[in-house]
Design a protein around this ligand. Structure first.
Ligand SMILES: Nc1nc2c(ncn2[C@@H]2O[C@H](COP(=O)(O)OP(=O)(O)OP(=O)(O)O)[C@@H](O)[C@H]2O)c(=O)[nH]1
Ligand SMILES: [Mg+2]
Length: 501
């Protein structure tokens, strides 16, 4: 072993703790949503292969493979593999070994030929099916590593792994299309790199792979540009169904999905195998439905068509829809920002965003992640006064540490955000104050406005749609009647504008 190179192999037993089985299906709707409405099925109305695994030349399958070796190179020691391990586990992988290296990047193979050979040996010894490289591999590097591994070994870099997470979290049609597009753009140069020239030029029975991918990319781009803004769609359906919307956001592993389970009603919707009748009456009140009730409701269709990670919940007697979102990751590759935003677009339409932060992180990381999370929500257009911050996993902290995290959070949070709520989703402690904080932020005041039928009134109505729950808009000759519910501060602003009309 050279001075510039440090190798660390963790034995299966050491890694077992970190593997501590976080099954893929922990994301409440991942498995079922795939069964119910896979993105590609919906998108592929033609015969063009749309899934990486469907094409013979695709360099890897989208299906998570279990036994995985983590490989990471860094210019300086120590080489931290915590985050990549977290991400790999979150996509259903079991980490059976780690290989790390300190040294400069090799342009051809990323690690250098000797290290790649060692990696291949580790894969064979551990009977692994997948190598996750914590770095962004060029197509050439990817090909060099993949072709040195035992047959059928999937080689996945950080970028591809993040895409997989987004795929799991893509709850809307637009998000699904965005993620598929990003995946195909990523795959295309790798398919070209992996193929020999003759094969690329040949038109095979399944078509030309490169042409097929390009064609699919074109179609996706067209479809995306015609796709409706999901936030608008979401608001519309919310109005139809009469629910308040709560979105749960935050870094990966913060405890979002566990919180969703906790908040969800026992009668929560689980996108099941059972089929739903389609000839339902839209007049049936949404809240009348029980899970065994085959009656049609608007809410059912809301779930069916829009959200794959949404549950019903009741807070302070009010029916709400709580939506899980894909976790933030550090150093998000620039090209993936759009895909990520698409998976988070529900947040923009929510009445309340519960920002879950892992309070058991070391102080510097806690501070950094809270700051980044707030920036992300800000970039999504989430108003500060819609944010409720939950400091999760306080069961892992002592009293003083807990108080410290709360005061750090108070110093970072915008003044109009609610006070941070320390919680433990695991033990169920302090969930009541969290529910209360959410309730406080839900639209509360009901207002009726009689407006003259003019352009300024229309812009007020449109602002009301953006900022409140609109119950009704009636046009009667020269008068427009607007009935809406919103936070008192928002209603007050609308009232002041209405008085000037
Ligand atoms: N100690 C402790 N662990 C918790 C708590 N809440 C969640 N966890 C654990 O943290 C891990 C991550 O929880 P998830 O709910 O899957 O986290 P997530 O935010 O949905 O993660 P992603 O879906 O990857 O973005 C799981 O192992 C949970 O059991 C808590 O209050 N205390
Ligand atoms: Mg989750």
């Amino acid at each position: 072993m050279s001075n510039t190179e440090q190798v660390r192999v963790r034995e299966d037993a050491t890694l077992r703790n970190r593997n501590a089985a976080k099954p893929h299906s922990e994301h409440p709707a991942v498995t079922t949503s795939r069964a119910a409405a896979p993105a590609r099925t919906a998108a592929s109305t033609d015969s063009v292969p749309t899934h990486a695994a469907e094409h013979p030349l695709m360099v890897q399958s989208n299906t998570p493979t279990r036994r995985t070796v983590i490989a990471k190179r860094s210019a300086t020691a120590p080489v931290d593999t915590d985050e990549i391990t977290e991400l790999a586990r979150a996509t259903g992988r079991e980490i059976v070994a780690e290989r790390t290296q300190v040294g400069p990047e090799d342009p051809g193979t990323h690690f250098g030929a000797g290290k790649v050979t060692e990696l291949a040996r580790t894969v064979a010894d551990r009977n692994a099916e997948c190598v996750v490289v914590d770095g962004d591999l060029t197509p050439r590097q990817h090909h060099a590593i993949a072709s040195s591994m035992p047959d059928e070994t999937a080689v996945i870099d950080r970028y591809r792994l993040v895409l997989e997470r987004f795929e799991d979290g893509a709850g809307t049609r637009r998000a699904q299309l965005q993620v598929e597009l990003a995946t195909l753009r990523y795959e295309l140069p790798r398919v070209i790199e992996a193929a020999d020239e003759g094969l690329l030029n040949r038109q095979t029975e399944t078509g030309s792979p490169v042409y097929d991918i390009r064609d699919r990319i074109d179609r996706l781009e067209r479809e995306l540009s015609a796709c409706q803004d999901p936030a608008a769609e979401f608001r519309k359906r919310r109005r139809e169904a009469g629910f308040d919307l709560v979105t749960i956001a935050g870094y990966t592993n913060a405890g979002k999905s566990t919180l969703l389970h906790r908040l969800a009603d026992d009668l929560s919707y689980s996108p099941p195998e059972r089929s739903r009748p389609t000839d339902r009456s839209p007049e049936t009140p949404a809240t009348d439905r029980s899970d065994d009730d085959p009656t049609a409701t608007i809410a059912d269709r809301l779930f069916e068509t829009l959200e794959t990670t949404t549950r019903r919940a009741t807070i302070g007697g009010r029916p709400i829809l709580a939506t899980d979102t894909v976790g933030f990751v550090d150093d998000l590759p620039h090209e993936l920002v759009e895909s990520f935003s698409a998976t988070l677009s529900e947040a923009a339409a929510a009445d309340v965003v519960v920002l879950v932060v892992d309070a058991s992180d070391p102080p510097a990381r806690f501070r950094e992640r809270l700051t980044v999370s707030l920036d992300v929500l800000d970039a999504q257009g989430v108003d500060d006064d819609r944010i409720v911050t939950a400091l999760n996993k306080v069961d892992l902290l002592g009293v003083r540490e807990r108080a410290h995290r709360c005061s750090v959070a108070r110093s970072i949070l915008p003044v109009s955000a609610s006070d941070p709520v320390p919680i433990s989703v695991r033990t169920g402690r302090h969930l009541k104050p969290l529910r209360t904080a959410i309730l406080d932020r839900l639209p509360a005041e009901r207002a009726v406005f009689q407006l003259p039928n003019c352009d300024d009134a229309m812009s007020l109505v449109s602002r009301a749609y953006d900022r409140t729950s609109v119950d009704a808009v009636d046009y009667d000759g020269d008068t427009v009647t607007l009935v809406c519910r919103g936070r008192p501060s928002v209603i007050e602003q609308l009232r002041a504008t209405a008085e000037e009309l």
